[in-house]
Ligand binder design. Structure first.
Ligand code: WT7
Length: 648
């Protein structure tokens, strides 16, 4: 069951920062005395005022509090840019590859400095101060990175909203954190298609009735005609002309907020995950260096979008804190052809490539041809993130993409964790396809049963973390109670990840997926409750229940059971209408793959929907429905089975 083992290639053991013995030694030290370990490693970033206190954390019920380096001061932009200028001013910081293969830019650390200062000055001139929230709704262009770093420079808190979210989703996020400033672009460009970002911003603000938004800065990407409010809106290229390329870095306390990133949970609206300054940067920089074994001169590419945490931690903050060259890609894997990723690797001589299983599975379906048409000789290391990678996809990634030469780091983590927690280190830890392997330094995973009993040795259960690490989220923005309820109430004194997992006899962790009402669609997290509330907002829908089901490419697909209002009739047309409705309400990633009209839903006598049964039907496991004796009306189930929607 534990499958094949891929040993660490000998050239890796000698090249890497950490070998097998080093991993054991450092891991032991990190959990034996976390304060001493992190005191030492905290010095990898520059502090204006060095810290004396290192760790002050408690997971105690009702009193969760997480502080790292709390008396130190620093600035994230200073660490990602200014600190490098003495030695790296002319080194490329960001390689930008456009959607169209003919477009690319190389941005040096000096240019990055100048651009970030300019954008920071534009924000400052419009009243943005330390602690203010700034919403960033951008395509994958260098200005997205400049905007994030400009906020960090001023001590403003950015909230990046993925460009695929709808005006409604955007409005909710602007409102929740009360941002008065929005940075966007006229349009985005992905796979040759345009995304109406500015029009979406206008619609979001309209929905909020103005909503306190005072300024919208618009970067010109496609040059499309967009509506501009003469008082509220300004084109960035105009504002940029009025400012200098110097802007001082605000001195920030280690625990001052750096960013908010909204993420879906099992209940309610998306939560504003809050990350702070010092610990986050130490943790992302350190994991970026060791997990990707980043050495000076390496070219590193993470294919994520900056709208997700992977883009925050491993396109921008971790790599730039390390003085790395990081590649930022505007496009998609299959445009103009299925060779695009591999062509970009050859074009920019990429050494480390970090992507999601869903992309690998999609490209796998296109066969080996588009890969083999390229050289990929520069590749040394491959990475995976976002969802469990099935062993078949792992093997293909290893053999076809990496020519059986490159280790794969399968990195498990979450928006909440800030950085990678369970992963192989390429020079130290043999890999097993499908396993995220072993914990990073300072991470104490435990497997617990439903009652919270800690299971030893080989075991299967829920994954919790027994102690804090510097990159951990600090709170849910504006709602510390929700933070404690969501993550610290299931198992007292532990952080509950929401994931199930198995630990094998070698101590390797195998993440089995979410055990809560969250589904993972193409590596993106979606709360079933959110999709349900979008569906019931439709006038013809009376009730809805949403579950995940196995999908060959997306990992999980979205399966919606819908009960219509009494006088409505099911139809193919209505099915399409509802799918489009959810897409419009939340965004394309939330669009149900399958919709089943159900005259009624299986409920307990107290009226609770029995999702377990709906999940089994969606997964095609009719024979294994479990106990149905508590159903108010057992007849409901056979109708559901008879009308099961066909897969994909
Ligand atoms: C959830 C977190 C981490 C950044 C991208 C997603 C799943 C993530 C793996 C992996 C198995 C994984 C988990 C986790 N997940 N990486 N390597 N193996 N599962 O961040 O949107 O916060 O989602 O993604 O279920 O809880 P996110």
């Amino acid at each position: 069951m534990d499958g094949k083992v891929y040993e660490v290639p000998s050239e890796w053991a000698s090249r890497a920062f950490v070998d097998a013995a080093g991993y054991k030694r450092l891991y032991q030290a990190s959990v034996a005395d976390p304060a001493a370990f992190w005191a030492e490693h905290g010095r990898r970033i520059h502090w204006f005022t060095p810290y004396a206190k290192v760790k002050n954390t408690s997971f105690a019920p009702g009193a969760v509090s997480i502080r790292w380096y709390e008396d130190g001061t620093t600035n994230v932009a200073y660490n990602c840019i200014d600190r490098h200028l003495d030695t790296r001013a002319g080194q490329v910081a960001i390689i930008w590859e456009g959607d169209d293969p003919s477009e690319a830019k190389h941005i040096t650390y000096q240019e990055l400095h100048d651009e970030v200062c300019r954008l920071a000055n534009v924000l400052r001139n419009r009243g943005v101060e330390k602690g203010d929230r700034v919403t960033i709704y951008m395509p994958m262009i260098p200005e997205a990175a400049y905007a994030m770093l400009a906020c960090a420079r001023l001590g403003a808190v950015h909230s990046v909203v993925f460009g695929g979210f709808s005006p409604d989703s955007l409005a909710g996020r602007i409102e929740d954190c009360g941002s008065k400033m929005i940075i966007t672009a006229d349009e985005g460009l992905r796979g040759g298609r345009k995304v109406p970002l500015k029009a979406n911003v206008d619609a979001a603000i309209e929905r909020l009735g103005g909503g306190g938004v005072e300024h919208v800065v618009v970067v010109r990407r496609t040059g499309a005609e967009v509506a501009m409010d003469p008082v509220r809106d300004v084109y960035y290229h105009d504002a940029r002309e009025m400012v200098t390329a110097e802007c001082p870095c605000e001195e920030m306390n280690a625990e001052d907020p750096l960013f908010i990133l909204y993420t879906s949970g099992s209940t309610g609206k998306p939560k504003g995950v809050l990350h702070t300054t010092g610990g986050y940067l130490v943790y992302t920089a350190m994991t970026h260096q060791y997990v990707f074994d980043y050495h000076d001169g390496d070219i590193y590419w993470c294919t994520a979008d900056v709208g997700w945490v992977t883009g925050h931690s491993y396109i921008l903050y971790g790599p730039l804190a390390n003085g790395a060259t990081t590649l930022m890609f505007e496009g998609v894997p299959n445009y103009p052809t299925n060779s695009r990723f591999w062509e970009v690797i050859d074009k920019h001589k990429v050494n480390t490539f970090y992507t999601a299983p869903t992309a690998i599975r999609a490209l796998m379906q296109a066969g080996e041809g588009p890969v083999k048409a390229t050289s990929r000789a520069s590749l040394r290391l491959l990475g995976s993130v976002g969802e469990p990678i099935n062993p078949e996809a792992w093997e293909w990634y290893h053999r076809v993409v990496g020519d059986a030469r490159c280790p794969i780091v399968d990195t498990w983590w979450q928006t909440e964790t800030g950085g990678i927690l369970i992963t192989p280190l390429p020079g130290a830890i043999p890999q097993k396809p499908g396993s995220a392997t072993l914990p990073f330094f300072g991470i104490k995973p435990e497997v617990v049963d439903a009652e919270g009993k800690v299971l030893d040795g080989a075991a299967e259960g829920n994954l919790v973390l027994a102690d804090s690490w510097p990159g951990q989220m600090r709170t849910v923005y504006g709602d510390h109670q929700r933070f404690m309820d969501t993550y610290f109430s299931a198992y007292p004194n532990k952080y509950f990840t929401g994931d199930g997992c198995r630990r094998d006899a070698d101590g390797y962790y195998w993440i089995t997926g979410r055990v809560d009402d969250v589904i993972n669609v193409s590596g993106h997290r979606m709360g079933t409750a959110e999709v349900e509330s979008a569906l019931v907002a439709h006038a013809k829908v009376s009730e809805a229940a949403v579950v995940g089901y196995p999908h060959d490419i997306k990992g999980q697909g979205i399966y919606a059971y819908v009960t219509l209002m009494a006088d409505e009739q099911p139809s193919e047309e209505l099915r399409k209408e509802l799918a489009a409705w959810v897409r419009r309400e939340i965004g394309p990633i939330a669009q149900p793959d399958l919709i089943q009209f159900a005259p009624s839903l299986p409920k307990t006598r107290s009226g609770k929907i029995m999702r377990r049964i709906l999940r089994k039907i969606a997964e095609d496991e009719f024979g294994n429905l479990g106990d149905t004796s508590t159903l108010a009306d057992p007849g409901v189930v056979s109708d559901l089975i008879d009308n099961r929607q066909n897969k994909q």
